[in-house]
Design a protein around this ligand. Structure first.
Ligand SMILES: Nc1ncnc2c1ncn2[C@@H]1O[C@H](COP(=O)(O)OP(=O)(O)OP(=O)(O)O)[C@@H](O)[C@H]1O
Length: 261
């Protein structure tokens, strides 16, 4: 067991606002973390630090044994799979789904010889198939449905065989069947012994795939609670996080919460 991500007293300040305030936590390679918190809590900010795309204003971020600020982020980023709307918005809409996945590999080594390109294409196609979107491989990314786009984005995040996988609200905008299928596939992915350490940001407890081991609850840029999921995801901690009396329910490894009456 070794740490893949370690934040030590990390703060992010913009003007007078503290987006993150003195946040410390560590993720080990065999752990799968959920980050929960209300709108504006700082979840995306935290994930951007983990993705080596944002530097803390103070504190230290260690990512995959490298210290942010003392490492070439362009070497570090390919080791991190990052699925987020921010990345998706930069994907050319006319590019095919296959290319949207394949191009993740080019970030690693720049131009590739043709034989490697074929290997890449094969891997990208396999990943699209694994995520149930093999049939749309030649469709422009911009014409895909929200659910298809989300799956293509996850396939892209996995293309470089990352050591750390970051999923920022992968279930947002999906219909019920789309969400359930995403939860099931993510659960399968993380159950694999070679699966990377994974961090999932979500607003909805229903989107937590069975198999996630830890949770971090954020509110106003500060940690409300963190630790093993079963002990830490409680009605009390959720109520403090969302500033509302909430009742947590768990059934077969799936969670939901409703306002207490
Ligand atoms: N450049 C900036 N200047 C000032 N405030 C900012 C800046 N960037 C983000 N914020 C604010 O920081 C807070 C945290 O933003 P962040 O996107 O990390 O929250 P979040 O938990 O991901 O929210 P959501 O659930 O709504 O996506 C928000 O209140 C946001 O408005």
């Amino acid at each position: 067991m070794s740490a893949v991500l370690s934040l030590d007293s990390v703060s992010v300040r913009r003007g007078r606002k503290m987006l993150l305030n003195n946040v410390s936590f560590t993720i080990n390679d065999d752990e799968r973390w959920v980050i929960l918190g209300p709108n504006g809590a700082g979840k995306t900010t935290m994930l951007q630090i983990a993705a080596a795309r944002l530097f803390p204003s103070s504190g230290t971020a260690q990512i995959l044994d490298e210290t942010l600020g003392a490492v070439d982020v362009f070497e570090l980023r390919p080791r991190i799979g990052f699925c987020s709307n921010a990345i998706a918005n930069h994907l050319p809409q006319r590019e095919t789904a296959l290319n949207a996945v394949v191009t993740a590999a080019y970030g690693v080594t720049g131009r590739w010889r043709e034989e490697y390109e074929q290997l890449d294409e094969r891997r990208a196609f396999q990943l699209l198939n694994d995520w149930g979107v093999g049939t749309v491989f030649d469709r422009p990314f911009g014409t895909l449905s929200e659910g298809e786009r989300k799956r293509v984005q996850i396939a892209r995040a996995l293309m470089t065989d990352p050591e750390l996988l970051l999923l920022d609200e992968p279930g947002a905008g999906l219909d019920l069947a789309g969400r359930e299928s995403l939860v099931a596939r993510t659960s399968e992915l993380i159950a694999h012994e070679d699966a990377p350490a994974t961090v999932l940001v979500t607003h909805h407890l229903e989107e937590i795939p069975p198999g996630f081991t830890h949770v971090l609850l954020l509110r106003d840029g500060e940690v409300v609670a963190q630790g093993p999921l079963q002990e830490t995801l409680t009605s009390e901690n959720l109520s403090r996080t969302f500033d509302m009396p909430l009742d947590l329910t768990e059934r077969n490894g799936r969670y939901s919460a409703f306002m207490k009456h």
